[in-house]
Design a protein around this ligand. Structure first.
Ligand code: HEC
Length: 164
């Protein structure tokens, strides 16, 4: 009997605590930026959790790369980096950077759009049009590009729209 009462009290405490914490949990989930899960799973090891990048591993993406997502060639460039990967010397924030990104075309359309949308959420620029799975699907069927082609594409983008 004593045990029963004790268990009842304990279980009330347990469920009471869970109920009390529920709003906090929901708030965390609802406030989570879109695409955080596919980004954390597939990109953050190299580009880090807030897109801050890592010296000698992967360039910074936050407050930088979203600038090119506001025009079509830039969006196509972001998608082709994911499908083709990238390697070679690039300049980021005025500093030379040399690294290798493996192609990630095996990911699902919605995971790629999600990861890119997470990167957009790291910008100081409001209202950049989010990527859609349909946009990713269309880019998937484009011809594959080599690492040197990707570097040339990046240089063309900078020549036309300024550095990012
Ligand atoms: C294995 C590490 C690694 C992973 C995982 C990775 N990247 Fe990269 N990423 C890089 C490196 C390194 C570069 C720069 C390549 C170079 O130096 O030429 C890069 C470049 C980029 C660029 C172009 C940056 C620029 O300045 O032009 C984008 C966009 C990008 N990555 C997005 C992603 C996304 C989205 C994911 C996840 C779906 C991802 N990356 C996963 C290492 C990685």
């Amino acid at each position: 009997m004593i045990n029963f009462t004790r268990n009842t009290v304990l279980s009330k405490l347990f469920f009471g605590t869970i109920l009390a914490l529920m709003p906090l949990f929901l708030e965390g989930v609802l406030a989570a930026p879109p695409g955080i899960v596919p980004y954390m799973t597939n990109c953050s090891t190299c580009h880090q959790t807030k897109g801050e990048g890592s010296t000698n591993l992967a360039p910074k993406l936050s407050n930088r790369i979203g600038k090119i997502a506001s025009f079509d060639e830039g969006r196509r460039y972001m998608l082709s980096v994911v499908f083709n990967g990238m390697a070679g010397r690039i300049v980021v924030d005025g500093m030379p950077f040399l690294g290798v990104m493996t192609p990630l075309g095996h990911l699902k359309d919605e995971d790629i759009s999600g990861a890119l949308n997470y990167i957009l959420s790291l910008q100081n620029m409001p209202q950049i049009k989010p990527f859609t799975p349909a946009e990713v699907k269309a880019a998937r069927s484009l011809p594959k590009k080599s690492a040197p082609q990707m570097t040339i594409e990046r240089q063309k983008l900078i020549a036309a729209h300024g550095s990012f």
